[in-house]
Ligand binder design. Structure first.
Ligand code: ADP
Ligand code: MG
Length: 748
C-alpha cells in the first residue's frame, strides 16, 4: 500500500535509478508523482473519423499507418506518413523529419493530434502532429498479457492524459500513464484531508483521493474543455488545497510577526525637521504618501513589515533614507542591504551625498574589503559608532553584531522572495536573541493561537524589540497577486515617476542595420551623453556568450569607435574591477559601456541616455524593462534601441512589441506573467517563491483569493463552523508542506 509520503521508488515500475531521474524533476514522493498533472487531454473515447474532419480544427484521430517515407524538397527533407480509416486517408507531414524514418510500420495503430489543414492537393493533412503508437508495449518487455491489456486500455477508449516527457524523452507520456495508474491502484484508501469540513462544504470540494484519480483518469463524461483549462472539480480541489496551505502559512507568519514587540519610534518636529533638511528635491505625492505609511508603522510598537513596491526610477532610495533618518534620530542603527556589491556601493555613494552633511555616520561593508578593514568596520558597528550600515546581503547573513539595530532595509530589487526574507528576519533575530524563528511558520505560533485569544497575542519574547523591516522591490507585481503572495507584508506602492522625465523612446531595429545605430550612438556621444551596449548572457552557454560580448567589445572599441572611450563590464570581472569600471562610467570618463546584464540592477547614471540591447529577442520582458530603467533618469531625452538578429519567435515578437508600446512597469509585468507563467516570472530559482505543483498564479487568481480568505478565517481561530482540532490539523499539514517544499535546507 502506498502512502502519499512513500518514496517514489517503491511505486511499481520505478526503481532507484528512475527515482533519481524523477528527483531531478522535483518528484520525490508518491504525493509529488500524483501531482504531476497532464498538461493536456485527448479524447480517445470519441476520436474523430477522418471523413468528418474540418480544416482549422484541433483533432485527435486514431488510425492505421498505411505508408510512410522521406522525400526531399529544395528547402528541406520532409517526412510523410499516411494514416487511414477504411477508405479515408489523412496525410501527416514532419519538416526535417529524417529522424522518423523507421518509426511507422504499416498496419500499426497510431493516435495523432494536431491542427487539421487543407493541403495543396486539396486533401486533409496535419503538419507536425503529436503522435503515439498504440497497442505496442515494447517500452516494457517484461509485461505479461494482462498487463498489456491494461496498458492498451490506458491509451484508448477513454479521455487520455498527456504528460510532459522526462529524461530527454525516455520517460514518455505513456510511461507516466502506466506508472500513475500503478500508483493510484495501490494508493492507501485513507488519504489525509487537511481542509476543514466547513470550507470543503462551502466550496463543494471533492475528496483528495477522488481528485487524484480523476485528474489522471477522467470520467468519460467529463468536459474536455474543463479538463484543458484545469477547471474540473478534481483540478479545483487540488489547486485549492495547494493555495490554501501556502496562504495558511503566510497568514500565520503575518500573525506571528504582529505578535512580536517592536520599537515605537518617536516622530516629533525635531525628526521631521531632520528629514526636511536632507531632501534634495520636492518629493512626489506618491513619495509623501508612502513615507507617511512607513512612518506610521514605525511609530507603532508592532514591528513594521512593509513592502515598498515601485518601478525602476520611481524614487525608492530617498524614501528609504527618510525612514533611516527616523530610526537614526531615535538613536538606532540602520542596516541597508543590497543584492550586489555594485548596488551597495551606489547606495553608499548616494547616502554619503545626501546624508553625510547632516552628520550621520555611514559605513560600507562588503565582501571585497580587506580583512583588517572589515574587522575595523565591524567594531564601529558593534560600538554604535556607525549609524547607517550599507552592504550586501552577505553582510547581515554573516555574523555582524549591532549595538542597537532599529531598522533593516532590504533592497531586493527583483531578486529575493518571501522565503529568503523569512531567513533574513530569522537571522537578525538569532543574532540578537539567540533563538531562531523558523522560516517555516512555527509550532509555537500554533500553540499561541490554540491557547490565547488574539488580543493576548500582543507581547512575547521577553523584552527584545524586533527591528522594523522595509523591503524594496522593483518588480511591479499586479496588486491582487502582491496582496496574496506577499501576504506576510503590508504594501506601499510608488505609482508615480519623479517630475522632469522625458519619456524614453524605444525602437526596434534589425541588426543588419547596425551601422545606422552606431551613427546615432556617435551623435549622442558628441552631445556629451553616454551609452550602454548590452549583450545577453544566457546561462546554459555562458562561456560562448561571454566570448561574443568580448568580441563585440573589441569590434566596437577597435573598429567602430576607435576614437571614443569604450569599456567593458561582465560578470567574470572581479568585484574591484567591476566597481572601478562602474565608477569611471559614473564620472563620465567612459563614453560607451559594453556590458552583459550585470548592469541590470539599480545603477544610476543620469547622463546615460542611450541603451542599445543586442539580441533583444533573447531577453525576458522583465529583464528588458529593468535594463531600460537604467536610462531616462535625467531630463535629457533617452533612447532604447532593441536590436534583433535572426528569427524572432512569436513570443519574442510580443515581448518586443510590448517594450516599444509601453514603459509602464505594471502593464509589462502583466504581460510577462502571461507569457512566461509565474514560476519564471518570479524567477523561482532566485526568488525563493513557493513554486507551485499544480496552481498557476494567473490562471488561478480567483482561487488564490478565495484561499487567502479561507486561510485567514482559519488562522483567526475556532468558530461554530471550524473546530480547534480542525485548525490544528490544517496547520500541521501546512507546516509539513512548507518544510518539505520550501524549507528543506533550513529546517532542523
Ligand atoms: P529607484 O526607485 O529605481 O531606486 P531612485 O531612488 O534611484 O529610483 O531614483 C531615480 C532617480 O530619480 C534618482 O536620480 C533620484 O535622485 C531621482 N528622484 C527621486 N525622487 C525624485 C523627486 N521627487 N524629484 C526629482 N528627482 C527625484
Ligand atoms: Mg534603487
Amino acid at each position: 500500500m502506498l502512502e502519499l509520503t512513500t518514496p517514489v521508488q517503491y511505486v511499481k515500475g520505478i526503481g532507484p535509478r528512475v527515482a533519481e531521474v524523477l528527483a531531478a524533476k522535483g518528484i520525490h514522493t508518491v504525493d509529488d508523482l500524483l501531482h504531476y498533472l497532464p498538461f493536456r487531454y485527448e479524447d480517445r473515447l470519441n476520436p474523430r473519423g477522418i471523413s468528418e474532419l474540418r480544416p482549422g480544427e484541433m483533432a485527435t484521430v486514431i488510425a492505421e499507418v498505411r505508408n510512410s517515407g522521406l522525400f526531399r524538397t529544395r528547402r528541406m527533407p520532409i517526412f510523410q506518413m499516411t494514416a487511414g480509416q477504411g477508405r479515408s486517408r489523412l496525410k501527416c507531414l514532419w519538416f526535417h523529419g529524417a529522424y522518423l524514418k523507421d518509426k511507422f510500420k504499416p498496419g500499426q495503430m497510431v493516435a495523432l493530434y494536431g491542427k487539421v489543414e487543407l493541403g495543396r492537393d486539396g486533401e486533409l493533412e496535419i503538419i507536425q502532429p503529436q503522435f503515439e503508437m498504440l497497442g505496442d508495449t515494447n517500452d516494457d518487455a517484461s509485461a505479461d498479457a494482462t498487463e498489456q491489456k491494461v496498458a492498451a486500455s490506458l491509451e484508448i477508449g477513454r479521455i487520455v492524459p498527456i504528460y510532459e516527457t522526462a529524461s530527454q524523452g525516455r520517460l514518455t507520456s505513456r510511461w507516466f500513464r502506466r506508472i500513475l495508474r500503478a500508483a493510484l491502484d495501490n494508493l492507501s484508501p485513507e488519504l489525509p484531508e487537511p481542509i476543514p469540513a466547513a470550507v470543503r462544504r462551502r466550496l463543494a470540494l471533492i475528496s483528495p483521493r477522488e481528485a487524484l484519480w480523476k485528474v489522471h483518469w477522467p470520467d468519460p463524461g467529463e468536459s474536455l474543455q474543463d479538463l484543458q483549462s484545469s477547471r474540473t472539480p478534481a483540478h479545483i480541489r487540488l489547486i485549492f488545497e495547494e493555495l490554501f496551505l501556502v496562504e495558511l502559512g503566510l497568514e500565520l507568519k503575518r500573525r506571528e510577526q504582529k505578535a512580536q514587540t517592536g520599537i515605537a519610534f518617536r516622530l516629533d518636529d525635531h525628526v521631521r525637521e531632520a528629514i526636511k533638511k536632507i531632501l534634495p528635491f520636492h518629493p512626489t505625492t506618491a513619495q509623501k504618501r508612502v513615507l507617511k505609511e512607513i512612518a506610521s508603522d514605525m511609530e507603532k510598537s508592532v514591528p513594521m513589515r512593509r513592502l515598498l513596491q515601485g518601478d525602476v526610477g520611481s524614487g525608492k532610495t530617498i524614501v528609504a533614507f527618510e525612514a533611516a533618518i527616523i530610526a537614526m534620530e531615535n538613536g538606532y542603527q540602520v542596516a541597508l542591504m543590497a543584492p550586489t556589491e555594485i548596488l551597495a556601493q551606489q547606495h553608499y555613494f548616494s547616502a554619503r551625498r545626501i546624508l553625510e552633511n547632516a552628520g550621520y555616520r555611514i559605513v560600507l561593508l562588503t565582501g571585497s574589503l580587506e580583512d583588517d578593514r572589515k574587522r575595523e568596520i565591524r567594531r564601529h558597528i558593534a560600538h554604535g559608532n556607525a549609524q547607517l550600515i550599507i552592504g550586501t546581503h552577505a553582510l547581515i547573513e554573516q555574523k555582524v553584531e549591532f549595538d542597537k539595530l532599529g531598522l533593516v532595509i532590504v533592497d531586493e530589487q527583483h531578486r529575493f522572495g518571501v522565503l529568503q526574507r523569512f531567513k533574513l528576519m530569522k537571522k537578525s533575530r538569532e543574532d540578537r536573541v539567540g533563538t531562531g524563528a523558523s522560516p517555516v511558520p512555527s509550532e509555537q505560533s500554533e500553540r499561541d493561537i490554540a491557547r490565547m485569544p488574539p488580543a493576548a497575542l500582543g507581547i512575547s519574547e521577553g523584552g527584545f524589540a524586533e527591528p522594523d523591516v522595509l523591503v524594496m522591490t522593483a518588480t511591479p507585481i499586479p496588486r491582487t497577486l502582491a496582496l496574496t503572495l506577499y501576504g506576510d507584508l503590508d504594501i506601499s506602492v510608488l505609482d508615480q515617476m519623479p517630475p522632469g522625465r522625458t519619456p524614453i523612446v524605444t525602437r526596434r531595429i534589425s541588426d543588419d542595420r547596425s551601422d545606422e545605430v552606431w551613427a546615432f550612438v556617435r551623435k549622442q556621444v558628441a552631445t556629451g551623453h553616454q551609452v550602454y551596449v548590452v549583450y545577453p548572457v544566457i546561462e546554459e552557454n555562458e562561456e560562448n556568450e561571454l566570448k561574443a560580448a568580448m568580441k563585440m567589445y573589441k569590434e566596437l572599441s577597435k573598429r567602430v569607435f576607435p576614437d571614443l572611450r569604450v569599456s567593458v563590464l561582465h560578470g567574470r570581472l572581479d568585484a574591484d574591477l567591476k566597481d572601478q569600471v562602474m565608477r569611471l562610467f559614473q564620472k563620465g570618463e567612459i563614453d560607451i559601456l559594453v556590458s552583459t546584464t550585470v548592469i541590470e540592477v539599480g545603477v544610476d547614471v543620469a547622463n546615460a541616455t542611450v541603451m542599445v540591447i543586442e539580441h533583444a529577442e533573447r531577453f525576458g520582458l522583465a529583464q528588458l524593462h529593468q535594463l531600460r530603467g537604467r536610462i531616462g533618469r535625467g531630463a535629457a531625452k533617452s533612447y532604447c534601441i532593441l536590436m534583433t538578429g535572426g528569427k524572432v519567435s512569436e513570443e519574442g515578437e510580443r515581448r518586443l512589441d510590448a517594450m516599444v508600446r509601453t514603459t509602464d512597469g505594471f502593464q509589462i509585468a502583466e504581460l510577462d506573467l502571461e507569457l512566461r507563467g509565474p514560476g519564471e516570472f518570479f524567477g523561482t530559482r532566485q526568488a525563493g517563491l513557493p513554486s507551485f505543483q499544480v496552481a498557476h498564479l494567473i490562471r488561478d487568481r480567483e482561487l488564490l483569493e478565495v484561499a487567502k480568505r479561507e486561510a485567514a478565517a482559519v488562522v483567526a481561530g475556532p468558530t461554530a463552523e471550524i473546530s480547534q482540532e480542525e485548525i490544528n490539523h490544517a496547520l500541521r499539514h501546512m507546516r509539513a508542506r512548507w518544510q518539505r517544499t520550501y524549507g528543506l535546507v533550513e529546517v532542523g
